[in-house]
Ligand binder design. Structure first.
Ligand SMILES: Nc1ncnc2c1ncn2[C@@H]1O[C@H](COP(=O)(O)OP(=O)(O)OP(=O)(O)O)[C@@H](O)[C@H]1O
Length: 306
């Protein structure tokens, strides 16, 4: 449904997107991950028609975006990272106003339905200035959904929210998928991605370093991680273990280390022996599966080493 080929964008000398390509299937939730400044918002602004791009091609439903912008933008809803509201309006008035801007006919029923779907019906007469962040974010989603778009772009929709607010937004996203919508979700909260996304891309310094179905990604990159807590700090561990081939990488945080291995058999038989040589008493020793966060950190680190 969305196909992006070799998309490139520069601001002056700063090339923010370097020939990125990806595809998004209809009805999927596509997680677009990356650290701050990776280029996520720029990509979203391009795909929603707010920002120009230098080169590359974008197709939506087989139509070239640059030649069919007006038509294609009708299929798109967008919640930007920091949506602005008129705080003196209530949510019903605000959605009416948004509807009028886009010449929407018979808005009342739609507004009622949409307020219900984002759980704001009870607060529709309350001034937006008195809303919590979570309520404002849900109102932003309501505004993005007002035209009943097929594709919804959500830029960091949960970043500023408390756990309860995040769950409410994630539930709305899961509901959108059930209704057959395609969701493009940019975020750096990997837990959220694991909860709702089908497919992910990791954007790093303007390049897509991985693009895969989430389950396949986990299967491919899942490797055990050993979390070991020592009695004393273990600052020189990376040097001590530098020559061990079956150790992929080591993360150290004071007295605790996470050891990423690439050969589970070697690790099982030899890691304890190596640890014993350190002369640093062990408080705990645990094996766990890699999470998306571990995979993300590994991929971004590898990209930095290239
Ligand atoms: N209008 C602009 N003019 C100049 N540089 C810009 C502009 N917008 C973004 N950039 C630069 O482009 C790069 C990517 O920014 P972008 O906002 O797309 O990243 P992001 O992944 O969305 O990060 P964040 O999560 O912090 O929003 C950054 O280096 C940023 O400074």
């Amino acid at each position: 449904m969305i196909e992006v080929n070799n998309l490139t964008k520069s601001y002056g000398n700063n090339t923010v997107l370097k020939q990125i390509s990806f595809k998004i299937d209809r009805g999927s939730i596509y997680g677009f991950l990356g650290k701050n400044g990776a280029g996520k918002t720029t990509t979203m602004n391009i795909l929603t028609g707010f920002t120009r791009y230098d080169s590359g091609e974008i197709y939506i439903d087989g139509l070239k975006f640059s030649e069919n912008k007006r038509k294609l933008l009708k299929k798109i809803g967008y919640l930007p990272e920091n949506p602005e509201f008129y705080n003196y309006m209530n949510s019903e008035e605000y959605l009416n106003f948004i509807g009028e801007l886009s010449n929407m006919k018979s808005k009342d029923k739609r507004i009622e339905t949409i307020l219900e779907s984002v759980n704001l019906k009870y607060a529709k007469k309350k001034k937006i200035g008195e809303y919590s962040r979570g309520m404002k974010q849900r109102l932003g989603i309501a505004a993005a959904l007002l035209n009943d778009p097929e594709i919804i772009f959500l830029d960091e929709p949960t970043s500023a929210l408390d756990p309860e607010g995040r769950i409410e937004v994630l539930e709305i996203i899961a509901e959108l998928k059930k209704r057959g919508k395609t969701v493009f979700l940019s975020t750096h909260i990997l837990n959220d991605v694991e909860r709702v996304c089908d497919y992910i891309s990791i954007l790093d310094k303007g390049e897509i370093i991985i693009s895969q179905n989430l389950n396949e990604l986990k299967k491919k990159y899942i490797q055990p991680i050993y979390d070991i807590e020592f009695e004393n700090p273990c600052g020189d561990l990376s040097n001590r273990f530098a020559d061990i081939k079956w150790i992929d990488s080591i993360r150290i945080n004071k007295n605790t280390v996470s050891i990423y291995v690439n050969d589970i058999y070697e690790a099982k038989t030899k890691l304890i022996r190596e640890i014993a040589k350190l002369d640093n008493p062990v408080i705990s020793y645990k094996i766990r599966e890699a999470s998306l966060e571990d995979i993300f950190i590994r991929m971004v680190k590898q990209n930095a080493n290239i």
